[in-house]
Design a protein around this ligand. Sequence first.
Ligand code: TYD
Ligand code: MG
Length: 454
Amino acid sequence: MAKSATRFVCNECGAVAPKWAGRCEACGAWNTLEPQAVVPTGTGRKAAVQAGRGIDFVGLAGETPPPPRIPLGIEEFDRVLGGGMVPASAILVGGDPGIGKSTLLLQAAARLAASGRRVLYVSGEESVAQIRLRAERLDLKTAPVNLASATVLADILGSLRAERDAALVVIDSIQTIWDETVESAPGTVSQVRANAFALIQAAKTQGFALMLVGHVTKEGALAGPRVLEHMVDVVLHFEGDRGHQFRILRGAKNRFGATDEIGVFEMTGRGLAEVANPSALFLAERHGNVTGSAVFAGLEGSRPVLMEVQALLSANGAGSARRSVIGWDQGRLSMLLAVLDARCGLKLGGHDVYLNVAGGLRVSEPAADLAVAAALISAASGVPADPETVFFGEIGLSGELRQVAQVELRLKEAAKLGFGRAALPRRVAGGTRRLSAPEGMVLAEYGHLSDLVA
Ligand code: TYD
Ligand code: MG
């Protein structure tokens, strides 16, 4: 007998539970479970499973050409995509409300349309009039984008089915689309999953690239369903500090390319402008000769980026000391403080420590260790770190400095921005690689962190 059943899916994390509960066991969120019909089990399913035709197996050898790419024409965007959109792929662009997702995608749509490609832009959030207003502000009114305001999935699919040569379809946002056959409100996990599935199917059949906008919850996850991230080919996060004007497009998943590239934009009165030289932007507000500041020569994907690391110490007589970190790893800071204490005799236990990567960037490279250490040492000693020096190098538990990748690229970027000196790990004696430093750049090589303290 075919038996239909109901299961419960969490709106926050997408976890499945056999019975309803007030609280999701997987993520702990309250009142997020909602019912969902399960495909019938029993004989009907058995028959369907037994009707399978079998699959074709092939050998490991064989020519696989790289996927074709359609560049949007916005270099910062195309770089993060891995050189442009892959036809028939699905791209999810997530970010906080108000960060500029609609602006970015409208600009991308317009740029692609202006190059002669067919582009459809469907908004479930704004009316046609509102989008036209934005287009006017962005000076995009002449771009031949096909614009619609719609939320009903069946209607959208009706148009997409007839679509022969669209290169890009934008859906802003997936949370506003409504599948009438699914019994829950727009934005819930069942809705988002059903809508995304249908739209992605349409992209695969018709061959257009699909861009879905997804809102991010206050916890920082792509709203509700993490399931969505598994369904698409590319996940991009559009992020930035609301107080600052620049925005970063970051790859979180990419089936067709690397995920460590970033695209940098600046939000202006006339939309998002590409920032070809992010180092200059990130260092623009830096004041030379202050204590607790050091410049890190970092790497974001294939591109070197200079950024300022700031540390502040304040004496804490009572209680446990605070460690507050923005833009870096909390555990990594604890480790560095322990190394400074145990290996270099720099005791900061009685101090609150605040660490900040200026401009809202997030650094994950261990190479930032040396810059953070320099900022901490400067803050502790009251002596400004040399404002003409960039720092990079990984620090080990015994305080030894370790080599990092792409030294020459970092040095070149530093020289380009007028830095005359670089503090970096000492090269191993007899090392095979020769370092070609930019002309005029002085290299201060350290073997151990205590040398820097001294
Ligand atoms: P928007 O793209 O609507 O954000 P999202 O789709 O991520 O919710 O951008 C909203 C913000 O961007 C809004 O606060 C106004 C600002 N903005 C500019 O500063 N300049 C512009 O040219 C545009 C179009 C928006
Ligand atoms: Mg929007």
